[in-house]
Design a protein around this ligand. Structure first.
Ligand SMILES: [Zn+2]
Length: 241
């Protein structure tokens, strides 16, 4: 009897704590998803999620080689279905509290995605320059669009300016594919906090969306410090001479 009580005493609080943690994580996802729609008027889509049981952590899509575990759309028409209606968004996460929070790009914003070290260097330089910045996202390796790579920093910019980037980069001395820098525009998405994207990793805001950064910068305004930092920290090959 004594042993049984000991066992219960040792396991119950852990089980209760795990359940409470899981509930808290679910609450955070639905709250964040509704807030993006309600406060920022961003369209939101509910994506795949990570399954953790006796087996290894895996994506709900069932593909063991999934390139973006727990952080990708689950239907072909996800982009058409994405909604900025808080009621619709609340219903999606009430139906599936674990769904990842995906934000389609090419609508309210585009995004520039670079390695974290280069991104932090660029961010510090932009802040010193007094540049107007939008929200900045930090995503652990293995997140959406980052398969097999390390942590990324993702800068939100005004939609529509990404097509100008290759030309701008070329003028700065960087030809196509020379920098570890990618743009997310129409048809693409980013995974939003507090979505879990790997064993210990969550998407987080390096710079939170606030009323102060509601107006996003043009990609062209940020590309110079970003390309400079990528060239220093994350060149894929030498600059074009
Ligand atoms: Zn998957």
């Amino acid at each position: 009897m004594h042993n049984v009580e000991d066992t219960l005493g040792a396991t119950r609080p852990t089980a209760v704590r795990q359940a409470a943690d899981q509930d808290a994580a679910r609450d955070l996802l639905i709250e964040a998803a509704v807030r993006y729609a309600e406060e920022r008027h961003w369209e939101v889509a509910a994506g795949s999620w990570l399954i953790e049981d006796e087996g290894p952590l895996r994506c709900s899509c069932g593909d063991l080689g999934c390139p973006a575990p727990g952080a990708h759309p689950t239907t072909r028409d996800w982009a058409r279905k994405a909604s900025a209606g808080p009621g619709v968004v609340r219903r999606w996460w009430t139906d599936n509290p674990l769904a990842s929070v995906l934000l389609p790009t090419g609508r309210a914003f585009d995004a520039i995605d670079v390695p974290e070290i280069a991104g932090c260097l660029a961010l510090a330089r932009m802040e010193r320059m007094g540049l107007q910045l939008g929200p900045v996202l930090a995503v652990p390796g293995g997140g959406a669009g980052t398969a097999g790579r390390g942590r990324r920093l993702i800068f939100l910019v005004l939609p529509g300016s990404l097509p100008k980037l290759p030309d701008l980069l070329r003028r700065l001395g960087w030809g196509p594919g020379r920098l570890d820098l990618m743009g997310h525009g129409e048809g693409d998405w980013i995974v939003a906090p507090p979505t879990r994207v790997s064993t210990f990793g969550f998407a987080q805001w390096a710079r939170e969306p606030t009323t102060l950064n509601r107006w996003l910068p043009e990609a062209t305004e940020l590309i110079n410090p970003i390309a400079y930092a990528c060239g220093r920290e994350a060149p894929l090959s030498s600059p074009v001479s």
